[in-house]
Ligand binder design. Structure first.
Ligand code: ZN
Length: 332
């Protein structure tokens, strides 16, 4: 992979949320042209809308069910408690490096362990940290982009309502998990009117309430598969939703690269353009700067009859010619 664009730039096809255009990528900017260049293929960098990066230190646990692996008090929390903040942070930095090399530039991360937990990811470029306050006092003073709560099953509802109010007052994002295992935690989640909802794979029947309110919803399809919770019906509804996003969930299970998430999602969802859009629209929804990925056409993209499908289904690290990193620094 070359580290710098040649001075004349890259000539090719840009695929983004708005469609397909031809032009030149030069000095970090795309200039549209009438000439139908097609030497390279450009996409925005990818937006990972749901991670728990902090558990990257315990990669590849045994196959277990959702509760025994990641619920509070389960396997994951036991593993994590034996490491220092420094060790967790180094594992996150390592994992992010892998994901950035394959084009993912932003990570909406749900941090656990209260205010103390923020030290694991805060200040790492590209990570948008949502903290998890343990109390009203925490919520008033925690210094991050927003709150990333577990399910309504795992917190006292009264506390969640207070934290929700504080998020609004402080203009922070309020995000929560729901509908991962069943519909049991969904109605209360809807009552909170979150700014972002994660999962809903096991509760397609209640999706409409969130969609009508325009609340962005994130699916984590590989994670659902790991736990035996895939649900094509839910993804089918979500893929038609203009605020659908994708994420990779626990870094313990999967690296946070959206390129790999897309490959898997393609086969499950069977709508490649929608899968692609779900990996890039987060920049616009959360007002985060994006870069560009430049793919050459000598490897997996050669002989493609549909470039969107080829990127979504098979593009890999070997196909990346260059990554135009985000030019504006953004640290949350
Ligand atoms: Zn999660």
């Amino acid at each position: 992979m070359r580290m710098h664009a040649s001075s004349s730039g890259y000539k090719g096809i840009l695929i983004d949320e708005e469609g397909i255009r031809h032009g030149i990528l030069v000095d970090g900017k795309f200039e549209e042209s009438r000439t139908e260049y097609d030497e390279y293929v450009f996409t925005p960098t990818f937006f990972n809308a749901h991670t728990h990066l902090g558990d990257a230190i315990g990669k590849d646990p045994p196959f277990k069910d959702l509760k025994s692996l990641v619920a509070p008090g389960g396997y994951k929390f036991k593993v994590l408690s034996s490491y220092s903040v420094e060790e967790l942070r180094n594992a996150v930095i390592h994992e992010i490096k892998i994901a950035k090399a394959s084009g993912t530039s932003a990570f909406l991360d749900f941090r656990e362990s209260g205010i103390e937990g923020l030290r694991v990811t805060q200040g790492i470029e590209g990570v948008i940290t949502l903290g998890r306050p343990n109390s009203v006092e925490d919520a008033e003073k925690i210094d991050c982009m927003g709150f990333g709560m577990s399910s309504t099953r795992d917190h006292e509802f009264e506390l969640l309502c207070e934290i929700r109010k504080i998020a609004k007052k402080r203009r922070l994002i309020f995000a929560i998990h729901a509908g991962e295992m069943d519909c049991g935690d969904v109605e209360k989640a809807l009552e909170l009117k979150p700014d972002l909802l994660v999962h809903m794979n096991s509760c397609p029947e209640l999706l409409k309430g969130f969609i009508d309110l325009g609340i962005p919803i994130v699916s984590c399809i590989r994670s659902n598969a790991f736990f035996g919770l895939l649900n094509s019906k839910a993804y089918g509804i979500l893929s038609e939703y203009e605020k659908w996003l994708l994420g990779t969930d626990n870094a313990m299970l999967f690296n946070p690269s959206m390129l790999e998430e897309m490959h898997f999602a393609s086969i499950v969802v069977r709508r490649d353009l929608e899968v692609f859009k779900a990996c890039v629209r987060g920049f616009r929804l959360f007002d985060v700067p994006r870069g560009y990925v430049v793919f050459h056409r000598e490897g997996n993209l050669r002989n493609s009859r549909n470039l969107v499908s080829s990127i979504v289904r098979r593009a890999s690290l070997m196909d990346i010619e260059y990554i135009q990193q985000v030019t504006e620094k953004f640290i949350y």
